[in-house]
Write a protein that binds this ligand. Structure first.
Ligand code: ACO
Length: 316
């Protein structure tokens, strides 16, 4: 054995609430279409002046506080994101300064789109095994409103902003997170051209192939994580799905015959926040008492890349 336990979580959520009715004033859509096709009623969006850094700092401070740790105790800080405030320095480097993490803390950003947080957890597990300090700060944070085209009804109704943070501890006698990570390189179905085009750059998504991809890979990923861990579906206390579309989650629940009460989410209020989605939900579950000490969550992300990632995380 050797692996991670979750010590504390936190959230950074922007102030502005963008409802389906607000979006219906911008594009040809309706609350009825968005709710029935996605499960989303509203999402949060950064107001002018609100930044990725602020969201990260709020989430990270809460997580450190709840874990009962000082910033100097952190050995590794990884931020999963595709929308940082700057391409460089990395969001994790900004956190090093603002939080007062040690200068020998390993700090970097990671882009695996909506699978990013679980990719970052696995990365933290590997790095902490070799690090002198065994506590990791792992975030998923996005300001997707910066890359959302509010004239494209096929994408703008989906995305929201936010940051979620987790403080984890690595120990010899803790269980591995049994991560299963994957990638099927695809530059057609889901992309943000970014600096390559040098002009404002928006998310392009061909929704249906991505939907089919998710319904194919998520059940496979869950089964592989359980096989690796040598446990069954019944041994999982909570399934923490990337909140992309309620219909994707419903289809996975049906395919694997999962108990619905173990799969509740927050998509109705948060929308799809990409890398922030899993840690934001994890934080809500921990704070709401739905994930308690000694319980195990199976976290699953999927999205741009195309990527997928699943891992088990036990609450200390
Ligand atoms: N309001 C009203 N009508 C709409 C809207 C809207 N907001 N968006 C699309 N439509 C219309 C389309 O134009 C189409 O009309 P037509 O039949 O006249 O051509 C019709 O609705 C159906 O469109 P579809 O694209 O087939 O709708 P679908 O049911 O597939 O839902 C959606 C679209 C919500 C995007 C869905 O495909 C989806 O959720 N895909 C997966 C998204 C995902 O998981 N992404 C991964 C993470 S994102 C990341 O990594 C950054």
């Amino acid at each position: 054995m050797s692996g991670l336990k979750l010590l504390g979580t936190g959230s950074g959520v922007p102030s502005e609430i963008l409802t389906n009715d607000d979006l219906a004033k911008l594009v040809d859509t309706s609350d009825e279409w968005i709710t029935t096709r996605t499960g989303i009623s509203s999402r949060r969006r950064c107001a002018p002046g609100e930044t990725h850094t602020q969201l990260c700092l709020t989430a990270a401070r809460q997580a450190l506080d709840r874990a009962g740790l000082n910033p100097e105790q952190i050995g590794v800080c990884v931020v999963a994101t595709l929308t940082p405030d700057r391409l460089t320095p990395a969001a994790a480097c900004v956190l090093q300064k603002e939080l007062g993490l040690g200068e020998d803390t390993v700090c970097f950003d990671l882009n695996a789109a909506c699978s990013g947080f679980v990719y970052a957890l696995y990365t933290a597990q590997c790095l902490l095994a070799a690090a002198p300090r065994k506590y990791g700060l792992v975030l998923g944070a996005e300001v997707l409103s910066r890359v959302t085209d509010y004239t494209d009804r096929g994408t703008c109704v989906l995305f929201g902003d936010g940051a979620g943070a987790a403080v984890v501890e690595w120990r010899e006698d803790y269980p591995s997170i049994h991560a299963v990570l994957g990638c099927r390189g695809n530059t057609e179905s889901l992309l943000i051209p970014g600096v390559a085009v040098g002009v404002p750059s928006y998310i392009h998504m061909d929704g249906q192939p991505v939907f089919r991809f998710a319904v194919e890979v998520v059940p496979q990923c869950i089964t592989q994580v359980l096989d690796k861990a040598g446990i069954s579906l019944d041994d999982v206390d909570r399934f923490v799905f990337h909140q992309a579309n309620q219909r994707i989650i419903d289809m996975v629940v049906k395919k694997l015959k999962l108990p619905v009460e173990k799969c509740t989410g927050n998509i109705a209020r948060r929308g799809n926040t990409s890398a922030a989605s899993v840690p934001l939900l994890l934080d809500e579950l921990v704070r709401g008492g739905s994930l308690r000490s000694g319980q195990r969550a199976l976290c699953v992300g999927f999205g741009g890349g195309l990527t997928w990632a699943g891992a088990l995380l036990e609450l200390a």
